[in-house]
Design a protein around this ligand. Structure first.
Ligand code: MF3
Ligand code: CO
Ligand code: CO
Length: 270
């Protein structure tokens, strides 16, 4: 027993949540997803990423929820907005979107103590063919990973499913950032790698809650973090995309907590 939960923790430090906890995660995940649904009309050429973030801050407040990222390790925004060759942790600001820019918006909210963490891709104006392909492959890679989630499989099976799919499409999986356990906390064990070998890593058990959030580059996998200590970019300046869901392992597969209430998670050109 501890202050939060009567569940057990595995030898790898992964908390096993109870059946009743799924409802809490569902509520937090649904709010995060609904906020991302409402971001779509705010993305257009000439818009600044700071304005999008300000709108997200208002949406979190109006819902009576809390942003998990404001104040997290000194981060000051309700979202990360990662444009073009920014891989993740892009800081919203005054920079205005240009026609054809692609961007990931990543939102994490806390509802009744439960964390909902999700991100998806948007486009300002007209989507190029190569960006469309990158976004589609990244989206589908996430779902290849989700398809490998069931009790008895391992975290290596998830990473392997993502990596083989991405590489079959001649793109590169970022290795410098990973998914994570979450629940009553933002980041907890395990590290959910988006590459790997079948049958390796901890075994999946019913009641594990974690994110899968593959980042895929059109060029090489290598990244670097800028002097602001947050913004991660591709070293070769190639375009990068990411999608993220928060999920819970069930007896037969998984529940996706961050599904779009409006069915809008799919790439926005649908
Ligand atoms: N939401 C991000 C994730 O997927 C974490 C962002 S931390 C921040 O884990 F401080 F950069 F916002
Ligand atoms: Co995450
Ligand atoms: Co996130």
């Amino acid at each position: 027993m501890d202050e939060h939960n009567s569940g057990r923790v595995t030898k790898d430090g992964i908390r096993i949540y109870q059946e009743a906890d799924f409802a809490g995660m569902h509520k937090a995940g649904a709010l995060a997803a609904q906020i991302l649904d409402r971001v779509a009309p705010l993305v257009y050429p000439g818009q600044s990423t700071g304005e999008i973030d300000a709108a997200i801050t208002r949406m979190v407040d109006e819902a009576g929820a809390t942003s998990a990222t404001i104040g997290y390790k000194g981060y000051q925004h309700a979202s990360c907005i990662s444009v073009n060759h920014v891989v993740c942790h892009g800081i919203p600001g005054d920079k205005r979107l240009k026609d054809g820019d692609i961007l990931n918006v990543d939102v994490t909210v806390i509802v009744d103590g439960w964390f909902g963490d999700t991100s998806r891709m948007y486009v300002a104006g007209k989507l190029s063919r190569k960006s469309e392909r990158l976004i589609q492959v990244t989206h589908d890679a996430l779902f290849e990973g989700i398809s490998a989630v069931r009790p008895g499989n391992t975290f290596g099976d998830i990473g392997h499913a993502i990596q083989t799919f991405v590489e079959a499409n001649r793109m590169a999986v970022v290795r410098d950032f990973c998914g994570h356990g979450l629940g009553r906390v933002f980041h907890s064990p395990p590290n959910v790698l988006h590459y790997g070998r079948p049958g390796t890593g901890p075994e999946l058990e019913e009641g594990m809650f974690f994110t899968i959030e593959p980042m895929v580059n059109l060029g090489r996998a290598e990244t670097k973090v800028l002097a602001d200590d947050w913004t991660a970019v591709t070293r070769d300046k190639s375009l990068s995309a990411q999608f993220e869901h928060s999920i819970g392992v069930t007896a037969t597969g998984c529940e996706i907590f961050t599904l779009s209430p409006a069915g809008k998670f799919h790439p926005t050109w649908d």
